[in-house]
Design a protein around this ligand. Structure first.
Ligand code: UT7
Length: 348
């Protein structure tokens, strides 16, 4: 076994101040609180006000994770996002600068809702290889900035936010050590979750239309893939670690839909109380989803030191991935769910 491991040392999350309830959406779109709650389990989401973008929410979450770790410096920053401030350059160096982290390596990872698991695997591998002794891993997205204001399906689901973790070099036997990853992708189904325009393909073909900059998703096949891919990825990882599935204490899976979470839990044979859910309060926050759910679970005492925790993501690409750790003792600030209710932000 490798004598060096990446160990979870801090955790934090942040939500922007504009709360949008299902009733708020129903005033604008042909939808209802009843439809959204029954079909998705989501009751509200938070969105950025004009002037706040992904770098801003990432900085807030990053600062909370550093505080949780009692750290002022890290050797590396990896930002998982599919809504960077600009197509070029990456948003991570801006975030590192605003956090006062100095001239450290900083880059973005784009794997949509699996982004945080991919970024965690990247940072963990760089620590294990001795390239860095510590890292800040942030998942941050502001999908409200790329949604079609008229699309009730996507607007009902997605919310903005950021979650972050600090990793440090340690030993595989320590609690908090990241014990393994399972990662995968299937580009043949790339068109199920896409922002068609804005990239080099459409520009080179001269296809760009204004509406192509909006996010589009084919809900049903995505739903089916999410269940299968997250179940299979989780099963592969626990098998490789020699963990009986029933020994998993908490599953922190991507928060896309409560029906997806239930189906993955059922596939794995895990009772509902082992499946962490906070999507009712935040919606699907894309790369922020897993660290936000984990932060909530630790802050509310659902995840406790010693728990066997399985993280599991699925998203556009298609991409999927899982990570496992025995949970350490961390001091974590509760998520700011009680931000003052505000008017629905204008669509960007
Ligand atoms: O984060 C990446 C991973 N993303 C996901 O995992 C999302 C996976 N997909 C889903 O969660 C679900 O497919 C959705 C929540 C997106 C949609 O739920 P569904 O049960 O699959 O509904 P559907 O797309 O099959 O649509 C059923 C009906 C349609 O009307 P018709 O054609 O039957 O008349 C939709 O137009 O529901 C309609 N509909 C809505 N009605 C009221 C779709 N969105 C809404 C809405 N309010 N917000």
């Amino acid at each position: 076994m490798n004598a060096r491991a990446a160990v979870l040392a801090g955790l934090g999350g942040w939500l922007p101040p504009v709360r949008v309830t299902n009733d708020d959406l129903a005033r604008e779109l042909d939808t209802s609180d009843e439809w959204i709650t029954t079909r998705t389990g989501i009751r509200q989401r938070f969105v950025v006000p004009p002037g706040l973008s992904t770098s801003g929410v990432a900085v807030e979450a990053g600062a909370r994770a550093l505080e949780s770790a009692g750290a002022h410096r890290v050797d590396l920053l990896v930002l998982a996002t599919s809504t960077p401030d600009h197509p070029c350059p990456a948003t991570a160096p801006e975030v590192a600068g605003r956090l006062g982290l100095g001239p450290i390596p900083a880059f973005d990872v784009a794997a949509v809702c699996t982004g945080f698991v991919y970024a965690l695997a990247t940072a963990s591998s760089m620590i294990t290889a001795g390239v860095a002794d510590s890292a800040l891993v942030i998942g941050a997205d502001t999908f409200s900035t790329i949604l079609d204001p008229e699309d009730r399906t996507t607007r009902a689901i997605f919310g903005d936010g950021a979650g972050a973790a600090v990793l440090r070099a340690g030993h595989p036997a320590e609690s908090g050590a990241l014990l393994g990853f399972d990662l995968g992708s299937d580009g043949s189904q790339a068109d199920l979750i896409t922002v068609p325009g804005g990239g080099s393909e459409y520009r080179s073909k001269g296809l760009a239309e204004p509406g192509d900059a909006f996010f589009a998703m084919q809900g049903r096949p995505v739903f089916r893939n999410a269940v299968t891919r997250m179940s299979e990825s989780s099963q592969r990882l626990v098998r490789r670690l020699g963990w009986p599935v029933e020994s998993v204490d908490r599953l922190v899976a991507h928060q896309a839909n409560i029906r997806i979470l239930s189906a993955v839990g059922a596939d794995l044979g895990l009772p509902d109380e082992k499946v962490v859910a906070n999507l009712d309060r935040v919606g699907n926050t894309v790369a922020a989803s897993i660290p936000l759910a984990l932060t909530d679970a630790v802050a509310t005492g659902s995840v406790v030191p010693g728990h066997r925790v399985l993280l599991c993501g699925f998203g556009g690409g298609l991409t999927w991935g899982a990570a496992a750790l025995r949970f350490p003792d961390l001091s974590v600030e509760p998520l700011p769910y009680h931000a003052a209710p505000a008017e629905l932000a204008p669509a960007h």
